[in-house]
Write a protein that binds this ligand. Sequence first.
Ligand SMILES: NC(=O)C1=CN([C@@H]2O[C@H](COP(=O)(O)OP(=O)(O)OC[C@H]3O[C@@H](n4cnc5c(N)ncnc54)[C@H](O)[C@@H]3O)[C@@H](O)[C@H]2O)C=CC1
Ligand SMILES: O=C(O)[C@@H]1CCC=N1
Length: 267
Amino acid sequence: MQLGFIGAGNMAQGIIDGLLNAEALTPGDIIIHGGHAANYEAYAQKTGVQVAANNSAVIAASDMVVLAVKPLMASDVIAEILPALQAKTTPLLSLLSGVSLLQIEGYLGTKNYPLVRVMPNLNVAINAGMTAYAANAAAQAVLPAVVKLLDALGETIELAEQHFSTFVALAGSSPAFVYMFIDALARAGVKHGLTKKQADKIAAQAVLGSGAMVLQSDESPFDLVDKVSSPGGTTVAGLLAMEAAGFMPSVVAGVDATIAKDQEEQD
Ligand SMILES: NC(=O)C1=CN([C@@H]2O[C@H](COP(=O)(O)OP(=O)(O)OC[C@H]3O[C@@H](n4cnc5c(N)ncnc54)[C@H](O)[C@@H]3O)[C@@H](O)[C@H]2O)C=CC1
Ligand SMILES: O=C(O)[C@@H]1CCC=N1
């Protein structure tokens, strides 16, 4: 199966890394094109994936194409590749946040084109991603092959499009929030004398283990908070100080702003 990428930036490279790590595809199965050759030629040389001369050549060479450009470029890029798409009906996987299947069908001028909206996160690069997808009616026949590819990248969930903005906040963008939390935790450790290297490792492993515990335990995160908080102990003192500084409202405000931005892109 030949998989093409239009746009070869952070997310495209993350997906390719994950597919190659999992040996779901070989470098020879992948062909890419992006806006600035200088940004992805070194990546293509390092991984061995093929580079196409232009976006239409990606489609001509592919059984499936991932649209991995910035959402604002969607209509221009689709207009450019429309003749190539129409010539071959290559299923299109759109990573565009805030761009609905209906909008893409509008750009294509038909509802009969196989389209899958996919929202991954950057952790697909290490096969620990969380990816949502929604397909139009025309994509039902290719959906098992798409899901098989996505499953190689981590956890996958089929989700109604109306929930995609919320998913973007909780999974697409949230790695940035969690990296920031890890950095804040580690920086506080540096304040108290740890090296940044020590502190980053300690904080990241604590977050990794905590996520795994939530997934493996029958208890809710809130119940687990109680288990860590010994009466009169350090944890409850820390938690109350974090809450006083606005921990939970800050997280919820961040999620609200992410959802609002995603919905603004849809208007
Ligand atoms: N970065 C992330 O964590 C996630 C990104 N996404 C989505 O993935 C898409 C790509 O995002 P990133 O990779 O982060 O952006 P990026 O800016 O790293 O990559 C965009 C790529 O598009 C290329 N490009 C620009 N003009 C082009 C053209 N005319 N034809 C072909 N390629 C062109 C650029 O050269 C670049 O390689 C966006 O729609 C974003 O919403 C979705 C989930 C997570
Ligand atoms: O920041 C963005 O717009 C994209 C969507 C999800 C993660 N990155």
